[in-house]
Design a protein around this ligand. Structure first.
Ligand code: ZN
Length: 288
């Protein structure tokens, strides 16, 4: 395995990151593109920004926030590959109810990563942490990965995560080193998010076409609910569902139940009533 392991955090809020910072600096010095050097060095600050913003959003929208917290380990790997950037989250064998732990990996190409990729990097890192590192923390045992085709994670919660990210970028909550980059980052984040859900773009594979469809589907449901009930309500619902112990099939079933209800006004009203109860803390299975 290439690269550098781990920025462990005690919880989602903070941890001195000097060790990783040194490793990132070494990594940056090996990057082929010079502009990557200056920007990849600051990825640690971005990571901390993402942790803080995620923790704050969950605190704002769910009573008790993230509970006992989640340890997030970040592995950054500069790979000699053609793909400029890839990200993933795994749950290790130590993950359990009272001690949540997620391993986030960010792989980037040492040849092709450049300043233009930082918006993509930030969006992907934010997605991995806001959506995946904290997902299902209410389930009984170790967590599992839902995959690219979960409309709740990849579409619905992802749309919420995008709205939270853009709001915190425009509110100048960025780390000092990134503040001058705020507008550029924001444009990059918006462009990449739009591209990931744009069904009119030619997909690179059948799997990609399917994933894009699921993202667009969940996003449409989020936007419709935000239009009806307001953004804060939709965000409260998204984070609550994301923390819940619904399995993959139930997550899809819930999205389908909400989407189907948009067909008639009577059904919409009935489903909105149940969603209100979920936002207030009831088990999301009342809708299934
Ligand atoms: Zn994902």
């Amino acid at each position: 395995m290439h690269g550098f392991d781990a920025l462990p955090t005690d919880d989602l809020s903070r941890k001195a990151a000097e060790a990783l910072r040194e490793e990132v600096e070494q990594l940056a010095s090996r990057c082929a593109a010079r502009q990557a050097n200056s920007e990849i060095v600051y990825v640690v600050d971005l990571f901390e920004f993402v942790l803080r913003t995620t923790e704050k959003a969950y605190e704002d929208y769910v009573p008790g926030g993230l509970g006992t917290g989640v340890v997030v380990n970040l592995a950054l790997r500069g790979l000699p590959s053609a793909v400029s950037l890839a990200a993933a989250t795994q749950f290790g064998p130590k993950d359990r109810r009272d001690a949540r732990e997620a391993d986030v990996s960010l792989d980037f190409s040492r040849q092709s990563f450049c300043g233009a990729d930082v918006g993509r990097l930030l969006l992907m890192l934010f997605h991995e942490i806001f959506v995946h590192a904290v997902q299902s923390i209410e389930c009984a045992g170790a967590r599992s990965v839902f995959g690219d085709d979960c409309p709740l994670s990849e579409g619905f919660v992802d749309r919420g995560s995008f709205r939270v990210l853009v709001a915190s970028l425009t509110r100048q909550h960025l780390p000092e080193q990134w503040q001058e980059m705020g507008v550029k980052l924001c444009h990059g984040v918006e462009a990449v998010h739009a591209e990931r859900t744009d069904e009119s773009r030619a997909p690179s594979s059948l799997g990609e076409a399917h994933a894009r469809f699921q993202r667009a589907y969940g996003k449409e449901i989020f936007d419709k609910l935000a239009e009806i009930r307001g953004l804060d309500w939709a965000l409260a619902l998204a984070v609550r569902l994301n923390l819940s112990d619904l399995d993959k099939k139930e997550r899809r079933g819930l999205m389908d139940a909400v989407y189907r209800s948009f067909g008639t006004r009577k059904n919409t009203v009935a489903v909105l009533g149940k969603l209100d109860r979920i936002v207030s803390g009831e088990n999301p299975r009342i809708i299934l």
